[in-house]
Design a protein around this ligand. Structure first.
Ligand code: MN
Length: 257
């Protein structure tokens, strides 16, 4: 039997499940909020063109208004100044879009400390238990943050000091970008950087190192609890926006049951 026939048979029988890791896109979908004087991204919004009415009697359709970085989305290397000469989102390699994925789970730690940062030691101990990180694959960082995705306020978790959301340390970001074989890093939060990362050195160090090393980011992922620690295949479907720095994306995981 061919590999692909075996796959489609397994999907029919339920031996392989397709899990949707995407946040639904609507006006209430949480988005990044940068402080003044920085520009901010748009909320997702539909603008109705016709709905079986005088403007189009037999059809319903909308224009969409969205930022590139709204909802579940892919960050391209050219999103950051360190990757400014790197690929745009239309140039993402197919092997980055369909690639092996592994999960590191720090839900318990983040529940105690919303500013929790993943360290290199966490990835080293993960590897001694589960084997090497996948060459050309994705590391998905489960934090439980998706449970806060119902409102902007809970998702940002900000106070006078700024947002409190989990991320990775500066050294861990550098390690993922420069020493791991990964193609990208995916998170449940609004961005790949921790809420406090504006104050890191360099600021927003996850973006700084990943984009500067031609790595890719994925945000606002859901259902990581349904993805096994190892063995899943990630399917990432951004729009091929020519020159774009990112795109809302449907993200799926193929998971063996
Ligand atoms: Mn982004």
């Amino acid at each position: 039997m061919s590999v692909l026939s075996a796959l489609t048979d397994a999907m029919s029988s339920g031996a392989v499940e397709v899990v949707d890791l995407t946040t639904p896109l609507q006006e209430s979908t949480p988005i990044l909020e940068l402080p003044a004087p920085f520009a901010n991204t748009s909320r997702f919004r539909l603008e109705e063109l016709s709905r079986y009415d005088d403007r189009g009697p037999a059809w319903y359709w909308n224009d969409i208004h969205t930022g590139e970085h709204t909802g579940t989305h892919l960050d391209a290397p050219n999103h950051w100044v360190t990757g400014r000469n790197g690929p745009d989102v239309s140039q993402v390699p197919m092997r980055t879009l369909v690639a092996p994925a592994v999960v590191i789970d720090r839900t318990a730690e983040v529940e105690k400390d919303p500013d929790f940062l993943l360290e290199v030691a966490d990835l080293e101990s993960w590897q001694s238990e589960h084997g090497p990180l996948p060459d050309g694959g994705w590391l998905l960082y489960r934090t439980g943050w998706e449970a806060r995705g119902g409102t902007q306020e809970e998702f940002m978790n900000a106070d006078d000091a700024g947002p409190h959301t989990p991320g990775v340390s500066t050294e861990c970001a550098r390690w993922i970008a420069q020493e791991s074989p990964l193609t990208g890093f995916g998170v449940e939060t609004v961005g790949t950087d921790a809420g406090a990362a504006g104050g890191f050195d360099p600021p927003f160090s996850c973006h700084h190192f990943l984009m500067g090393a031609n790595r890719w980011g994925l945000t606002s992922l859901r259902n990581l609890g349904r993805v096994p620690t190892t063995g899943a295949v990630l399917v990432v479907c951004p729009l091929p926006i020519v020159g774009g720095s990112g795109s809302p994306a449907r993200v799926l995981a193929l998971v063996e049951r």
